[in-house]
Design a binder for this molecule. Sequence first.
Ligand code: HPA
Length: 246
Amino acid sequence: MLAIIGGSGLTQLSTLEVVRREVCRTPYGEPSGALTFGTLAGKPVVFLARHGYGHTIPPHLVNYRANIWALHQARATAVVSVASVGGIRADFAPGTLAVPDQIIDYTWGRKNTFFDGGEAPVRHIDFTHPYDEKLRRSLLAAATDAGEPIFDGGVYASMQGPRLETAAEINRLERDGADLVGMTGMPEAALARELDLPYAALNVVVNYAAGRSSSEHGIHFDSIELVLQEAMLRVRRVLEALCRAG
Ligand code: HPA
């Protein structure tokens, strides 16, 4: 069963035929909300809104451990993470969909591992390639099937938030090799790997990053909202195509 974690703009999947909702507890606390079980294009899916169904949980307070644990416990076999991002590189214009292939983690103070002392022996996961390549390929193929242009690859920078970046921070991220900037990619991806859960991200560029192009003098929230609404229609089509193929 595929798990979908929805980010900003995707607090529900309107085309999901809901079968049941389940409130769960985990050894790490409560997930962002009830798990929504249903079918998408006839395939079983479990959906979770990362920021809660009322979009009230900021990126640094998301209980990533509880979310990933709950999806694993629900017998999810793969996780697609939908998240909005800022575009650093000029060709990542607002409205672009991308399936990144690398991550740089700039977050701090988040509970970022299941191996937090206690009884279990420490396990150092291999994270050379942070996303599951097979799932990445499936997402890209689904986009092609759905007729939606999509970018293959990109380095995702996970920032702490909740504020957006300064122009100088974006320049630094670019020097570091980052193409896309968001706030929720980590520790989510690493936690999925700790549980051997294949994980890939479907990023939606909703603004040029701070100081770039149309965001040269600041980031305009009104236009983010418009881009988000339109792009999520395309994201839904990609997810449906993914389920149809799976
Ligand atoms: N920076 C960080 N996170 C984001 C952005 C951004 O510009 N846009 C959407 N999420």
